[in-house]
Design a protein around this ligand. Structure first.
Ligand SMILES: [Zn+2]
Length: 326
């Protein structure tokens, strides 16, 4: 008997598909093999996302779930072998930035200011999460080792799992999949901060983290979100960073995952900045992130106003979720 139409085509490895090698319906069918990791729906839109690194022409097949709205890269062994490009847009510090940082610091106790790694965003997270010298803290994410070092120098009980390098990301991923907690850090914490780690780590990470939070403890999940920038720039949105960001949430999908992982959401703070506009504009005009021009003061001010307006409307491209055990 002849195979039915949806069984007749065996696709090439999905993460290496290109626009010319497979038509849209063939790509869409792959979602039946790799359903949404959050809500398990098998229906979604295929999205070919180009790599943003200089001169890179590779594309990766993501799916945008029709139900919960997340964007995900189907599981694959191959993409974990890639080397991460260093293309990160960081607003330059000037006198105005220094004043903002100082003002944020004044809301906290002076020891925070001694931690050289602390930026305004870090200070605000710790302020909201009520970090004290008695708090046992775990920082998970790229750059965690530097932040933890600064906090320890200031006398805090801080620990970190850095996922900034390929090796450390693979190691922490294996740890989360196998639910094997490392022996050299404590088992239970008062505060766990996930800084753009959930985009890279296996989906079970949040549930594993839940098991290591003390009663009345808090987990702060800093995540990218599909919002205005995704709708406006599509696959040129600079935060996509394929294939390293394997799962990017919508507000709906993250809320669903948080509940299923045993958390209730206490507070949500949108914290995106002007980078979502400037760097995505550059990519849309085929300007590599490493060659982006510096915005003028008025351009920066205008983009910052737009970013603040988007945050107020919960449409910014990143947010902090303050989670508590149910
Ligand atoms: Zn879904």
């Amino acid at each position: 008997m002849q195979a039915s139409w949806h069984e007749s085509t065996m696709p090439p490895p999905f993460y290496k598909l290109t626009c010319s090698s497979s038509c849209v319906w063939e790509r869409a069918l792959l979602m039946q093999v790799h359903p949404c990791p959050v809500c398990k729906l098998e229906v979604g839109l295929p999205r070919m996302v180009p790599k943003t690194a200089l001169r890179a022409r590779e594309e990766f097949l993501y799916f945008e779930c029709e139900d919960c709205g997340c964007l995900f890269l189907p599981e694959s062994d191959g993409s974990m072998e890639e080397t991460e490009p260093v293309v990160e847009w960081t607003p330059k510090s000037g006198p105005a930035a220094f004043v903002r940082r100082l003002m944020a610091g004044l809301h906290l106790w002076p020891p925070y200011m001694k931690a050289a790694c602390m930026g305004t965003g870090d200070l605000q997270i710790f302020n909201r999460a009520r970090l004290t010298k008695k708090t046992c803290l775990l920082d998970i994410g790229p750059g965690a080792s530097v932040r933890v070092q600064g906090l320890r120098e200031a006398g805090y009980d801080a620990h970190g799992l850095d996922v900034g390098s390929e090796d450390s990301l693979a190691a922490v991923s294996r740890m989360m999949i196998g639910d094997k907690w490392p022996n050299d850090i404590p088992k239970m914490f008062d505060l766990i901060v996930l800084r753009h780690a959930l985009e890279r780590l296996p989906i079970q990470t949040l549930a594993i983290v839940n098991k290591h939070i003390n009663l009345k403890g808090c987990c702060v999940a800093c995540v990218l979100l599909l919002g205005w920038a995704w709708r406006t720039y599509g696959t040129h949105w600079a935060q996509l960073n394929p294939p390293f960001h394997r799962l990017i949430h919508s507000s709906t999908s993250f809320s669903l995952l948080a509940r299923e992982s045993g958390f209730r959401i206490g507070r949500v703070v949108f914290d995106s900045n002007e980078g979502q506009i400037w760097s995505s504009d550059a990519l849309q005009q085929n300007v590599p992130l490493t060659n982006m021009p510096t915005p003028t003061r008025s351009q920066r001010a205008r983009m910052r106003r737009i970013a603040e307006a988007l945050n107020l409307r919960q449409q910014g491209d990143s947010a902090q979720f303050y989670l508590y055990a149910q």
